[in-house]
Design a protein around this ligand. Structure first.
Ligand SMILES: *[C@@H]1O[C@H](CO)[C@@H](O)[C@H](O)[C@H]1NC(C)=O
Ligand SMILES: *[C@@H]1O[C@H](CO)[C@@H](O)[C@H](O)[C@H]1NC(C)=O
Ligand SMILES: *[C@@H]1O[C@H](CO)[C@@H](O)[C@H](O)[C@H]1NC(C)=O
Length: 475
């Protein structure tokens, strides 16, 4: 049935009954989206690849966890860009840190000896991720430093099996996620590497040669997909090289047509210079992207709990970590505007998710337990935030005639004024998620409704960092 949509052949009345049957089948395959989606073939062009519909699970999931773990977790200083800032940019804070703490001949590669993951237990990570309410994870399998968290044929000895932990980290996390949780398993891969000699050679040739993608990034990517079957492939680090250098459209056509995850895999938009926010699967646009308004294309806000870094910092003070109120606020705003929320943590070199990260994840999970109905599987509503009361964000479930108003501030008057929802006489009901009795409300002609919140003692509040009203039958 491949090509049935693009053949351009009109369905002529068939003479033989076999032909008639075939014609009917072809027609059917065009009418049933499930049928034609599986047989659609993608060409290695952005026109064709960009037209692929995202597998539905991704938009429904809304919330994922990003994990930055690698050799950079050993110095645990500055950020995951440590090597670059120290050796290439020679930023004084990094140079001084090395002078004060390591012998003069110490190389970045030597940090790998200390990257042992002494207390790393993938099952403990999986427990925490499940408790957070996230529906997917994205693990850095290789950052710009080039160190693979699995042993590929093209990682020489710069990988976690030959050095450091001497374990296949990607495999252990895959097994834990798939056997202990219902989360989707996603992988991050940095295309370029700061100091890979093959990449530097290609760069010196203005990317006319392709030594590095042929010897490293492409075989690694095929290996990752075939071996670990990720449902998200999160590309990053184009190194200012165009997608033609990376062979991205060719690879993505294979991923969507041939690969073992062709029906479920989701990708992002970082597959080459100037692709971001324009080509690929969903858009990430920039780090911590949170536009505050609805976008026509599916997008993701990838952000960090540590405001300064994606990787673990040994010297981070509490004030550098987002509070749970800030996290809930960003999550709600993101989902209202059609985005997914990818929240990053940086485990330390021992493989421990520090208590501050663990607490934030468990708090998010506690909030989601009460308010998840207003987040998972929702669609953006016609209005994203309220026009009268600040810090009120909307989501909806159109099929069930439900609109959710998530409010981040409990009004001291207990009267919540909502300018956007218009009551439909008799049919409208209002509920507070996590609270049994329906709430009283009155309508303000042409101005929306005013909801009377219940008088609750602190221990009776369904949660502490934001609340959701379920509005049934409003316009
Ligand atoms: C890159 O893509 C071209 C076709 O566009 C293909 O001929 C070539 O084999 C690909 N290279 C690799 C290493 O996959
Ligand atoms: C790695 O190399 C070995 C030996 O050449 C080969 O048998 C194997 O298929 C390769 N694996 C991948 C994933 O390319
Ligand atoms: C709604 O959100 C937008 C974007 O964040 C903001 O500019 C606007 O002030 C908000 N409206 C209210 C009433 O808070």
């Amino acid at each position: 049935m491949a090509g049935s949509q693009s053949s351009g052949q009109p369905l002529v009345p068939a003479r033989g009954s076999a032909l008639l049957l075939l014609s009917l089948l072809l027609l059917l395959s065009q009418l049933l989206p499930g049928c034609s989606a599986q047989t659609k073939r993608y060409e290695p062009t952005w026109d064709s690849l960009d037209a692929r519909e995202l597998p539905a699970w991704f938009d429904e999931a809304k919330f994922g966890i990003f994990i930055h773990w690698g050799v950079f977790s050993v110095p645990g200083f500055g950020s995951e860009w440590f090597w670059w800032y120290w050796r290439e940019q020679k930023i004084p804070a990094f140079v001084d840190f090395m002078k004060a703490n390591y012998p003069p001949d110490f190389k970045y590669e030597d940090f790998a000896l200390e990257f042992k993951g002494t207390f790393f237990k993938a099952y403990q990570w999986a427990d925490i991720f499940q408790a957070s309410g996230a529906k997917y994870i994205v693990l850095t399998t290789k950052h710009h430093e080039g160190f693979n968290l699995w042993k590929s044929n093209n990682s020489w000895n710069w990988n976690s099996v030959d050095r450091g932990p001497r374990r296949d980290i990607v495999k252990e996390i895959e097994v834990a996620i798939r056997s202990k949780t219902d989360l989707h398993f996603g992988l991050y891969y940095s295309l370029f590497e700061w100091f890979n000699p093959l990449f530097l050679l290609d760069k010196a040739n203005k990317f006319k040669s392709k030594r590095y993608p042929v010897a490293k990034s492409l075989p690694d990517l095929y290996d990752l997909v075939n071996t670990y079957k990720p449902e998200i492939l999160w590309a990053d680090g184009d190194g200012d090289a165009p997608d033609t250098y990376w062979n991205s459209t060719d690879f993505l056509a294979w991923l969507y047509n041939e690969s073992p995850v062709r029906d479920t895999v989701v990708t992002n938009d970082r597959w080459g210079l100037d692709n971001i926010c324009r080509h690929g699967g969903y858009y990430t646009c920039s780090d911590r992207y949170n536009p505050g308004h609805l976008l026509p294309h599916k997008w993701e806000n990838c952000m960090t709990i540590d405001k300064e870094s994606w990787s673990y910092r040994r010297n981070a003070p509490l004030s550098d970590y987002l509070t749970i109120e800030e996290i809930v606020s960003q999550l709600v705003e993101t989902v209202s505007c059609g985005g997914n929320f990818l929240m990053n943590i940086g485990p330390n070199k021992d493989g421990v998710i520090s208590p501050i990260y663990e607490e934030r994840l468990r708090q998010t999970g506690a909030w989601m337990k009460v308010n998840g109905e207003a987040i998972y599987e929702t669609k953006p509503w016609r209005a994203q935030n309220d026009t009268l009361t600040p810090r009120v964000w909307y989501t909806s479930k159109p099929k069930e005639n439900l609109v959710y108003a998530i409010f981040l501030q409990w009004p001291s008057s207990r009267m919540l004024v909502l300018g956007e929802p218009k009551a439909t006489s008799g049919a409208t009901t209002v509920k507070l998620l996590g609270y049994q009795d329906p709430l009283k409300w009155i309508t303000v002609p042409n101005r929306g409704i005013i909801v009377e919140l219940p008088e609750l003692t602190l221990d009776a509040l369904p949660c502490k960092w934001g609340w959701s009203l379920e509005l049934r039958n409003v316009q």
